[in-house]
Design a protein around this ligand. Structure first.
Ligand SMILES: NC(=O)c1ccc[n+]([C@@H]2O[C@H](COP(=O)([O-])OP(=O)(O)OC[C@H]3O[C@@H](n4cnc5c(N)ncnc54)[C@H](O)[C@@H]3O)[C@@H](O)[C@H]2O)c1
Length: 305
C-alpha cells in the first residue's frame, strides 16, 4: 500500500515523494536529489589529475556517492569501495556521465583480508594520494538494550576499517609525496544524543584518528581531517525517522522538526553534494593547513543555542 506521509514538509523533504507502509512500519522511498553541474565545486589543484587515485568507501549511496562525483569531476581517478554492488556500479555510471573516471570494487569493509587485497590492486591503478572514509551505518537503541554484535559491527566498519585503510595506504601516499585522509564524522562527534551511543563513540573516535594521523605528518607527509555535518538527505538519515518515533513515543513529524532539525538554524537537510564539495575542498591544496581539524557544517546545531 502506498500512502502520502501525513504532515511531511516538502521544504525539508523535497526528495521524498512517498512513504511505503509495510506491516505497520514506515519505509521512506528516497528519490535521488537532482544534480546539476553548477552544484559541483571545481578546485584548481595540480594534484587533481587522473594519475592520482582517491579511494572512497561507502561509494554506493548518499555521501560516498557524492564525494565520488565531486572527486571524479575534479579529474581524480576515483576508486570506490562498497558492499553494495548495484549502488557502486550506479555511482560509476554517474561519475562517468559527469566526465570522470571511476572503478568500483565490491568490498566488505569489516573483512581485513578484503581490504589488504583491494589496496594492493588499487596501487596498480594509479598513485594513491587520497582516502575518504565515508561508509557507516546507524543503529538506534538504549545502551541497556544495545546488542553487542551491533557494537562490534559498527566499531569494525566505522572505526577499525578507517584505521586499517589508513595504515595500508599511508606508505603509498608517502611514496607519492604525501596525501590526505578524510574521515566522515558527524555532529555526533561533538554532541551525544540518546540511543546513539555506539554511533557517537565511533564518530568521536574518528576525530582522534584524524588528529593522530596528522600528529605523524612530519614522518609521513599525510594529513587528515574530519567532516561533521548535521542531517544529510540520504537513506541513513531518512530511514531512522520511524525508529526514533517509536523509541521516543512521538510522531515522525516531531522527530524531524524537533529531534533532527530543531536545533538547526537552516530547516532543510543538507544535500549530499554539499558534503562532497566540502570534502574535496579540504583535500585540495587550499586545505593544506587543515591538519587534524574538523570541518563542522551543521547549520548552527552545535555552536549556537
Ligand atoms: N546522512 C546523514 O545525515 C549523515 C550525517 C552525518 C554523518 N553521516 C555519515 O556519513 C557517512 C555516509 O552516510 P550516508 O548518509 O551516505 O549513508 P548511506 O546509507 O546512504 O551510505 C552508506 C554506505 O555504506 C555502505 N556500507 C555499509 N556497510 C558496509 C560494509 N560492511 N562494507 C562496505 N560498505 C558498507 C552501504 O552499502 C552504503 O552504500 C556515514 O559514516 C554516516 O555516519 C551521515
Amino acid at each position: 500500500m502506498l500512502s502520502r506521509t501525513p504532515g511531511l514538509k516538502t521544504g525539508v523533504f523535497r526528495d521524498i515523494k512517498m512513504t511505503y507502509i509495510i506491516k505497520g512500519e514506515f519505509f521512506m522511498k528516497i528519490i535521488e536529489p537532482e544534480l546539476k553541474t553548477e552544484d559541483i565545486l571545481i578546485v584548481d589543484d595540480r594534484n587533481f589529475n587522473q594519475k592520482n587515485v582517491c579511494i572512497i568507501t561507502g561509494c554506493g549511496s548518499g555521501i560516498g556517492r557524492a564525494v565520488a562525483i565531486v572527486a571524479g569531476t575534479n579529474d581524480l581517478t576515483v576508486v570506490g569501495l562498497d558492499i553494495n554492488e548495484f549502488g557502486g556500479n550506479k555511482t560509476v555510471e554517474i561519475v562517468k556521465s559527469f566526465g570522470g573516471s571511476m572503478k568500483f570494487f565490491k568490498v566488505d569493509l569489516t573483512k581485513d583480508n578484503e581490504l589488504k587485497e583491494v589496496v594492493k590492486q588499487i596501487n596498480d591503478i594509479g598513485k594513491i594520494k587520497y582516502l575518504s572514509n565515508i561508509a557507516g551505518i546507524q543503529y538506534i537503541n538504549a545502551i541497556q538494550h544495545f546488542p553487542m554484535e551491533k557494537y562490534d559491527l559498527m566499531q569494525n566498519l566505522m572505526l577499525r576499517a578507517p584505521f586499517l585503510l589508513s595504515q595500508l595506504t599511508i606508505p603509498y601516499m608517502s611514496a607519492a609525496g604525501g596525501g590526505v585522509i578524510v574521515n566522515m564524522a558527524s555532529i555526533h562527534a561533538h554532541i551525544c544524543t540518546k540511543h546513539k551511543s555506539v554511533y557517537n563513540i565511533t564518530k568521536f573516535g574518528l576525530k582522534a584518528l584524524s588528529q593522530s594521523i596528522s600528529a605523524e605528518y612530519e614522518e609521513t607527509k599525510v594529513r587528515s581531517f574530519t567532516v561533521s555535518t548535521g542531517f544529510v538527505r540520504t537513506p541513513l538519515a531518512l530511514n531512522q525517522i520511524a525508529v526514533q518515533a517509536e523509541q521516543r513515543g512521538i510522531t515522525s513529524d516531531r522527530v524531524v522538526e524537533d529531534v533532527m532539525m530543531g536545533k538547526s538554524r537552516i530547516k532543510e537537510m543538507m544535500s549530499p553534494i554539499e558534503v562532497g564539495n566540502l570534502i574535496v575542498f579540504g583535500m585540495s591544496r587550499h586545505g593544506r593547513y587543515i591538519m587534524g581539524g574538523d570541518l563542522l557544517a551543521d547549520g548552527g546545531m552545535v555552536k549556537t543555542y
